[in-house]
Design a binder for this molecule. Sequence first.
Ligand code: ATP
Length: 210
Amino acid sequence: MRPIGVFGGTFDPIHYGHLRTAFEMLQALRFDEVLFTPCGDPPHRGTTFASGAERLRMVEVAIAGQHGFTADDRELKRDGPSYTIDTLLTLRAEFPDRALGLILGMDAFLGLPTWHRWQEILDTAHIIVAHRPGWKAPDLGPLGELITEYGTHRVNDLHATLQGRVHIHAVTQLEISSTEIRDLVAAGRDPRFLMPDAVRDEIEATGCYA
Ligand code: ATP
C-alpha cells in the first residue's frame, strides 16, 4: 500500500503553486493520493479572508477530475485551532497501516519549531519538504538536527516505514502566493493563469477577496 500525502494550508485561495507541488509529489514519491486539508482556524495567522466553506469549495473545484487528489474537510469540522498534529493523529487512527507524508513548503518547514507538539509529528508521519523559491534548507538548529538524524534522499524509505523520515524534494518553482492573488483581486485586477479558471470563477461569484 502506497503512502498518503497530506497537504495542509489555508488555501486562501488555492493556486498553481500548491497544485503543481502536490502533483509532482504524487508522481515522484509514488503516493497513492494527496489529501488537501484546508485549515479551519489557522493557529499562526489570525482569521482567513475567505470562509472555510469557500476555501474548501475552491479546493474542490481546483482538484476536480485529478485522480489521486482528495479534498479533506476534517480541520474545518473541528473546533478550536487547527493543529496539524491532531489532523495526523486522526489520519493515523483511520489508516493504521499506511505511511503518511506531511507535505510542507520550505517556508512552512522553517516555522515548524513554533508548531504545537511539533516534535510528535515524526512519530505519526514522514515530513516531505518542497523546495520553494528563495528558501534554503537549514543545516543548523533543531531543523538541521532533524534533517541530519532523519533525513533521507531515497523515496523507497518513505514506503518502507509508516513515519519518521524527512525528505526534501525539489519541485518546479512557481513563485505564486495566495497573498499576491488576494491583493490583485482587491485591486480589481484579474488573477487569471495563477490558478485554475474554476477557482477564479468561484472568487468572482463569491466576491470573497473584493
Ligand atoms: P499566503 O500568501 O496567504 O501566506 P500561501 O500561498 O503561502 O499563502 P498557504 O495556504 O499558506 O499558501 O500554503 C500552504 C502550503 O503550501 C505551505 O506548506 C506552503 O509552504 C506551500 N506553498 C505555498 N505557495 C507555494 C508555492 N508557490 N510553491 C510551493 N509550495 C507553496
